[in-house]
Design a protein around this ligand. Structure first.
Ligand code: ZN
Length: 290
């Protein structure tokens, strides 16, 4: 009897152990059952080009390219202390302008950001330059002390002071290899580069001012403006030496009338159609220029 038990044990125990191992493997050895580990390593971003946004509109690369920059984003909310943040409003307006331009046709469009992404100031004009933009418009909303009664939009171009400073900085940084209006500045000494950049930038500045004037001309009567003339200031995002650039403060985020206008679909459509018209006239005027 004891012998029979031993024989059975010798036969049964290995089978039982094997079955137990198979069961354990099936139940606990599968991925996701807590016994496997995923090791992930955050690799650095491959290169800046990966961050370049998509270009929408006609495939024809000879069509002018407008880069629309929705101000702020991500950890930088911009102005606005209430529920509405500037970064949210600027993205809505940027998308409305993109849609109006695509509907109007004839131009290609790219947004520096199409979601709640944080971008450095310098990245914004860099994206425009890297894409070969013909026009850059940065969209913002002003803020002022409550009850000041400030209302309406303001168009900014780069100030003269900013222009010179930008020319010097560009010359120093881009001395190695770059092209400004088709003039290769590689190998030029710093002074010559500064002059070439300054020449290009003067032409760019003139075009920026033309565009700013067109926004006011097309917008008059359609939307409120704070002043009758474009303003200028040393905005970092306007410092591209070869892309006409304008910063548009669309209104005051703490003025209920401006907010009601910009948050309504009709108000955004008016904004978008006005700027789209100004852009069409701008390209019609500058098409024959060198
Ligand atoms: Zn802003």
């Amino acid at each position: 009897m004891r012998r029979l038990f031993l024989i059975l044990a010798i036969l049964v125990i290995p089978v039982a152990v094997f079955a137990a191992m198979v069961l354990a493997d099936r139940n606990f050895g599968r991925p996701g059952r807590g016994y496997d580990y995923v090791v992930s390593v955050d690799l650095p971003k491959a290169d800046a080009a990966r961050r370049l946004p998509r270009i929408e509109g006609p495939l024809d690369a000879s069509r002018p390219l407008v880069v629309i920059d929705a101000g702020h984003g991500g950890k930088d909310p911009g102005a606005g202390t209430g529920e509405l943040k500037e970064k949210t409003l600027t993205l809505m307006l940027a998308e409305a302008l993109r849609d109006a331009l695509l509907k109007q046709g004839g131009v290609r469009v790219a947004l520096t950001r199409s979601d709640d992404t944080y971008l450095f100031l310098g990245e914004r004009p860099s994206i425009a330059r890297a894409l070969g933009a013909d026009l850059f418009i940065s969209i913002h909303a002003d803020s002022t002390e409550a009850d000041s009664g400030a209302l309406g939009a303001t168009v900014y171009t780069l100030s003269a002071k900013g222009s010179n400073e930008a020319a010097e900085t560009m010359a120093a940084r881009e001395n190695a290899a770059d092209q400004v209006y088709g003039v290769t500045i590689e190998g030029q000494n710093g002074d010559v580069s500064a002059v070439l950049i300054d020449l290009a930038q003067r032409q760019t500045q003139a075009r920026s001012e033309t565009f700013a004037g067109l926004i006011l001309r097309e917008g008059r009567g359609a939307m409120p403006f704070k002043g009758a003339e474009p303003q200028s200031a040393a905005f970092a995002v306007l410092k591209s030496p070869d892309v006409p650039s304008v910063l548009f403060e669309t209104g005051y985020i703490n003025n209920s009338s401006d907010v009601a206008r910009l948050m309504s679909p009709a108000g955004r459509l008016t904004f978008a159609q006005t700027i789209a018209r100004a852009i069409r006239v701008f390209f019609a005027r500058t098409a024959t220029a060198p």
